[in-house]
Structures are given as structure tokens and as C-alpha cells.
Design a protein around this ligand. Structure first.
Ligand SMILES: *[C@@H]1O[C@H](CO)[C@@H](O)[C@H](O)[C@H]1NC(C)=O
Ligand SMILES: *[C@@H]1O[C@H](CO)[C@@H](O)[C@H](O)[C@H]1NC(C)=O
Ligand SMILES: *[C@@H]1O[C@H](CO)[C@@H](O)[C@H](O)[C@H]1NC(C)=O
Ligand SMILES: *[C@@H]1O[C@H](CO)[C@@H](O)[C@H](O)[C@H]1NC(C)=O
Ligand SMILES: *[C@@H]1O[C@H](CO)[C@@H](O)[C@H](O)[C@H]1NC(C)=O
Ligand SMILES: *[C@@H]1O[C@H](CO)[C@@H](O)[C@H](O)[C@H]1NC(C)=O
Ligand SMILES: [Zn+2]
Length: 496
């Protein structure tokens, strides 16, 4: 198949024709490590290796993580209106194949909707899934399943994702993540909607099995793969927990890996007798949030979880060779550098700053200093803080920023920003046997993020543009503009 790419550079128009061998597959697994850069992988790899090999940083024995084995190339990420993208613009690019502006959820700068690879797969007879650790209506899962002019339209996004106000009806067979409060009517005390829409109720009417906590997840998915489609499992009103926190209290929420296993088992079972397979997007969403927070330990643990999911998916593909994996971040976050680097001090850190801050704010006893020394500092990897350091931390308007600097110095990591950067990100991929070689031949190199879904489109034999034509033929009044007054309590806290 001939595919031509127009390169516009320095006023020159070069036309490069190249051929994608384009192997065919039944199933596609797309994994987004949100906000993950090359330094994230280095930090996670060295952190794991030094512990595993018992070596020290002066004589390092470094092992590979799953991601290291699967690198195909790199990806450019700029938005249509900014050299630094957000998750919405980049997501629109890798879900739909079109450049748009920061904040755009699968709409063009003109306001017109563009079809996603997930919607296209669904319309073509595939089963579909979104499995994330952010709120389910956060930008990355949103771009696959909704169309709004601004990413903060969380209520409108949720209503489209479950099919209530999506012109195609329900297009996602499995939804798992956080953001539970957006699916409950405002009459519910734990709702964060400003209307009476009961989206869990709507989901049940449409035949979805609804899960709202870990007990329901365990019960429903016991034995991984037993669960029938469609289902929605939202396990936190807000974002799901950082892995560093969740792993200490696994009874609270399933991990990304557990959710991915359950979803793949269900998708596999549901498509056994079908000519079409499935498309699933799995997002390690909170690597990004830890980058925004400059929280090195939370960033490492969510990055390790991402690699664990890659390792599982690689084995899954060996056992299900009609399946492709592609994985690339939407952008880097935090401008992480590793200067004077040694991640070993991060081993002592037990919790994210987000968790510790909540713990500290909830303390209602009389010995604040004692509690800080006995509980907060050790969990922050600062048990050895001197009395002078403790004084300085307690005197600060917020001790957290200074604790981050102390840890950054100890571990030799530095964050240059609390936002995203323009750096290219890694492209990972996997396929079984000879198909991997063909895949590497097709996709080795540096690509614009809009090219990624065009490859998936070819592998699954889909037609993205046909979906866009169908969406644009629908009266556009369902594409909501952004109403700032409807920004919910969680929307204010949501990092981009
Ligand atoms: C770390 O490795 C170096 C080089 O082999 C060695 O000199 C040093 O003693 C080691 N440090 C520890 C704490 O084992
Ligand atoms: C577990 O699943 C069974 C069968 O679907 C159901 O009857 C029961 O209520 C479930 N229990 C919980 C705690 O969800
Ligand atoms: C697939 O077909 C087999 C044989 O007809 C049947 O036993 C099985 O239940 C079917 N599976 C599904 C998920 O429909
Ligand atoms: C103080 O905190 C403890 C532990 O979180 C809680 O059980 C208790 O109810 C709180 N007491 C008051 C007066 O808020
Ligand atoms: C990080 O880099 C900035 C800018 O170079 C510097 O001011 C700061 O001290 C560094 N922080 C740490 C923890 O090394
Ligand atoms: C589009 O929908 C809106 C609201 O549902 C309606 O008022 C309008 O007349 C419709 N326009 C067309 C061209 O159908
Ligand atoms: Zn971000």
C-alpha cells in the first residue's frame, strides 16, 4: 500500500513516497504512559536494577526493563497552536490522526469533530476498551470516546463516553479508571455533576455491568477473563491512587496491571468466535501527575508499573500472535534531568507527596512536630533530617516544596518545570514472530504523532476518515462548548 507524506521544511516541499509493508492483525493494544520521557525510563531502570542486582552506583549492574526491549523510534508531539502539547492535543493526534490545539478533545481548530481509532474499530465490529488510572473522562481516554471543544468539560465528556450523548451511542465496551463522581446525579452526595444525569443508571439500562469498588471488581473478574462485556468499573471519585500509595493498600483499588489483565481476558473471550478482534487503550495516566508534582518516587513507581504492563502485554502477544502493541507518551512532563544521579535514596520513600499532604492535613493531635518526625518524614525518605532541617521545614509555609528539593539533591534528579516540555518521546511496539520485523521496518524512525493511528488503521484494516465523515454529518449541537461555571470540584484539582 502506498502512503505519501508531505514534508514542509525551510520553505521546501519534499515529497517522500514510502511503502508500509503493513502486516494485518485482529487486535491492537495501545498503551499511553502519560508524561513519560526518556529520563523517566532511565530513573526507573536504574532504580530497579540497583535493588535487584544489589550493586551500588559506583559499580552499577544495570538490567533491562520491558520498555527497553521494545523501542522502535521516537515521536514528535507539538500541538497546532503550541510547540509544547498537552494531553488533549497530543491525544487527538494519536487517537484520530489530526493536529489540533491544546485543550481540544477530538475536534479540529475549526470546531469540527474527527473520528478516533476506537470509534472506528467499534463501528467496524471490533470490541473496544479504555483502561486508565486517571479519571476516565480525563483528556487521554476522552479523545478516544468523545468530542468537546475543551478538555475541562468533564460532565459532557462522561455523558458521551457512556453513549448517552454520543451520536453513535455507546462505543466503549469496557471502561475502567477513576472519575466515579461524574457518573452520579447531583442528588447523590458524592456526585460532582451539576445536573441530574444518572450515567451509571443509563449504563445499566444499556446492559453494562457497573462496578464502583475493588470488591465488585474482584467478584466480577475473578479468574481474569470470566467477565462478560460490556462493563464499567470506576474505583475512585477522583484520580486513582498513585501506585506507590496503592501498593501499600491494595485492598482499596485494583492496579493498572490487574485492570489490564481483566480487560484483555474479557476482550479475548468476547471475540473468540468473531471475525473482528478488539482495540484497547491502556493508560499509565499518573506518571504525568507525578511529573507535574515533581514527585520523583511516585514518578518511578508509576513508570515501573507501566513497564510491568508492557512485560505482560509482550507475553500476551506471544500467546495471542494476532495482536499488535504500540506505545508512546503524549509528551514529556517535568523536564526531568539526571545530574549527579543516584536513585537509591528514593527506595526509602513510602508515599507520594499528595498522600502525605492529605495525611498531614488530617492530623488533629496535639504533637504536630512529633507526628512530623515520627510519621511524615520517614515516609518521605527523610528520616535522617537534622533538627535544624526539621525546624526549617516546619517553619515553611509549605514544607513539601522544600522536601522535594532535599530529595532531589539526595537522588541527583532535577525537574526544570512543573509543566510539560517539547522533547520527543519514545515509540515502543511489539508483534509476534516475523511480524515484529515487518513492524520495525515500517515504523523505525522519528514520526509525527498524527502518523501513529494511521498505522493502526492499516493494521486493523479500518477507515478513520469514514468515521470523521459520519461524525461531521451529524448536527454539531452535541459538541459542547466549555462552560467554566460547570468546572467541578475535581476539575479544579485535575492536572493537565
Ligand atoms: C560501591 O562500589 C565501589 C566500587 O566497587 C566500592 O569501592 C564501594 O565500596 C562500594 N560501596 C558500597 C557501599 O558497597
Ligand atoms: C458477586 O457476584 C455475584 C454473582 O454475580 C453477585 O450475586 C454478588 O452480589 C456479588 N457480590 C458482590 C460483593 O459484589
Ligand atoms: C464460541 O463458540 C464455541 C463453539 O460454538 C462456544 O462453545 C462458545 O461458547 C462460543 N464463545 C462465545 C464467547 O460466544
Ligand atoms: C482525629 O483523627 C483521627 C484519625 O484520623 C480520627 O479517628 C478522629 O475522629 C479525629 N478526631 C477529631 C476530633 O476530628
Ligand atoms: C535544579 O536546577 C535549578 C536550575 O539550574 C537549580 O536552581 C536548583 O538548585 C536545582 N535543584 C536541585 C535540587 O538540584
Ligand atoms: C441542531 O440541533 C439543535 C438542538 O438539538 C436544533 O435546535 C437545530 O435546529 C438543529 N439543526 C439542524 C440543522 O438540524
Ligand atoms: Zn500533564
Amino acid at each position: 500500500m502506498q502512503y505519501s507524506l508531505k514534508l514542509l521544511a525551510a520553505g521546501l516541499v519534499a515529497q517522500t513516497g514510502f511503502t508500509w509493508a503493513v502486516p494485518q492483525a485482529r487486535n491492537f493494544i495501545y498503551i499511553v504512559p502519560d508524561g513519560y520521557g526518556q529520563a523517566s525510563q532511565t530513573m526507573a531502570r536504574d532504580y530497579v536494577s540497583l535493588q535487584r542486582t544489589g550493586s551500588n552506583e559506583s559499580a552499577p549492574i544495570i538490567e533491562e526493563l520491558a520498555g527497553d526491549r521494545l523501542v522502535l523510534g521516537t515521536v514528535r508531539t507539538h500541538a497546532s497552536d503550541n510547540l509544547i502539547t498537552d494531553s488533549a492535543a497530543s491525544g487527538t493526534a494519536f487517537a484520530c490522526g489530526h493536529k489540533s490545539y491544546n485543550d481540544a478533545i477530538s475536534v479540529l481548530p475549526s470546531g469540527q469533530p474527527v473520528g478516533s481509532i476506537l470509534e472506528t474499530a467499534k463501528l467496524t465490529g471490533f470490541k473496544t476498551a479504555l483502561v486508565v488510572t486517571s479519571t476516565i473522562n480525563h483528556a487521554t481516554p476522552a479523545v478516544y470516546s468523545s468530542h468537546v471543544s475543551h478538555r475541562d468539560s468533564y460532565e459532557a465528556i462522561a455523558a458521551q463516553q457512556i453513549g448517552y450523548s454520543h451520536p453513535f451511542g455507546p462505543v466503549v465496551d469496557i471502561l475502567m479508571g477513576g472519575g466515579r463522581c461524574y457518573f452520579k446525579p447531583q442528588s447523590d452526595l458524592t456526585s460532582c455533576r451539576s445536573d441530574d444525569l444518572d450515567l451509571f443508571g443509563f449504563a445499566q439500562e444499556k446492559g453494562y455491568h457497573v462496578m464502583q469498588d475493588r470488591a465488585a471488581f474482584d467478584n466480577f473478574t475473578s479468574g481474569y477473563g470470566a467477565a462478560d462485556l460490556p462493563y464499567i468499573g470506576l474505583f475512585n471519585d477522583d484520580q486513582m491512587m498513585y501506585e506507590i500509595d496503592r501498593s501499600k493498600e491494595p485492598e482499596k483499588e485494583p492496579s493498572l496491571l490487574e485492570m489490564a489483565k481483566a480487560a484483555l481476558g474479557s476482550l479475548d473471550k468476547a471475540t473468540t468466535n468473531s471475525t473482528k478482534g478488539y482495540f484497547i487503550m491502556i493508560e499509565a495516566s499518573r506518571i504525568d501527575h507525578a511529573g507535574h508534582a515533581n514527585d520523583a518516587a511516585a514518578h518511578v513507581h508509576d513508570t515501573i508499573m507501566y513497564n510491568d504492563v508492557l512485560a505482560y502485554v509482550q507475553k500476551w502477544i506471544d500467546a495471542h500472535p494476532d495482536t499488535f502493541l504500540m506505545s508512546a507518551a503524549d509528551h514529556e512532563c517535568g523536564g526531568l534531568t539526571t545530574n549527579g544521579f543516584n536513585p537509591t535514596p528514593l527506595v526509602d520513600i513510602q508515599h507520594s507527596y499528595e498522600y502525605l499532604e492529605d495525611l498531614w492535613n488530617a492530623y488533629n493531635g496535639t504533637d504536630k512536630r512529633g507526628y512530623f518526625i515520627s510519621t511524615i518524614l520517614p515516609a518521605a525518605g527523610l528520616a535522617s533530617a537534622t533538627p535544624q532541617q526539621v525546624d526549617a521545614l516546619l517553619a515553611a509555609s509549605s514544607p513539601w516544596a522544600q522536601m522535594k528539593v532535599l530529595i532531589a539533591k539526595k537522588a541527583g534528579v532535577n525537574w526544570s518545570t512543573g509543566g510539560h516540555t517539547a522533547t520527543d518521546v519514545n515509540l515502543h511496539g511489539y508483534a509476534a514472530g516475523a511480524q515484529w520485523r515487518e513492524y520495525k521496518g515500517d515504523m523505525a524512525g522519528n514520526h509525527d504523532n498524527t502518523k501513529l493511528p494511521r498505522y493502526i488503521e492499516k493494521v486493523l484494516r479500518l477507515d478513520l476518515d469514514e468515521t470523521t465523515r459520519k461524525l461531521q454529518a451529524v448536527n454539531g449541537s452535541w459538541i459542547s462548548g466549555f462552560d467554566a461555571a460547570k468546572r467541578s470540584v475535581f476539575a479544579k484539582r485535575q492536572s493537565h
